[in-house]
Design a protein around this ligand. Structure first.
Ligand code: CU
Length: 149
């Protein structure tokens, strides 16, 4: 099979899968972001935390995050106290994706400026299915942890 034919076959396949998925899905993901914050950074790196709630009947995935604060924003999981970049996080249907201290988080490298407590950092969350969501992360004290209050 030529390269072109192979590509066409792949395209037909993926398109078919997408269409089949659409016709059988009972709904779209319905996403809402709550509890967002950024601990005040102490270096040129920062972390962001938030919860994505999905009240829809279709699962989605958080695939990337962008922000004016940094051109190098990635999503990380923490396993055995080590963090590791991941491709995406699932946002389960009727469930939520938790990005929280000690666990999954948004990672900002090479900050363009160091945000101070009381300021806000804008981020845009990109999903596999749902439209992007823009949310402001209020900058909290460095040790802030809502679960420990
Ligand atoms: Cu990290």
């Amino acid at each position: 099979m030529s390269r072109r034919a192979a590509l066409a076959a792949v395209l037909a396949l993926t398109t078919g899968v997408t269409l089949a998925g659409c016709s059988t899905d009972s709904g779209e993901p319905e996403l809402k972001v709550v509890g967002a914050f950024m601990p005040q950074p102490v270096s040129d790196m920062a972390a962001g935390f938030l919860v994505v709630q999905n009240s829809g009947s279709t699962a989605d995935r958080l695939t990337s995050v962008t922000s004016p604060l940094s051109d190098d924003v990635t999503i990380h999981e923490t396993k055995n106290r080590q963090m590791r970049e991941v491709e995406s996080f699932e946002v389960p249907a009727g469930g939520e994706l938790d990005l929280e201290r000690g666990g999954n988080h948004i990672m900002f490298m090479k900050l363009k400026k160091q945000p101070q407590q009381g300021e806000k950092v804008s981020v845009e969350l990109h999903f596999e299915k749902a439209d992007p969501i823009t949310v402001d992360l209020p900058v909290k004290e460095t040790t802030h942890n809502p679960k420990k209050q």
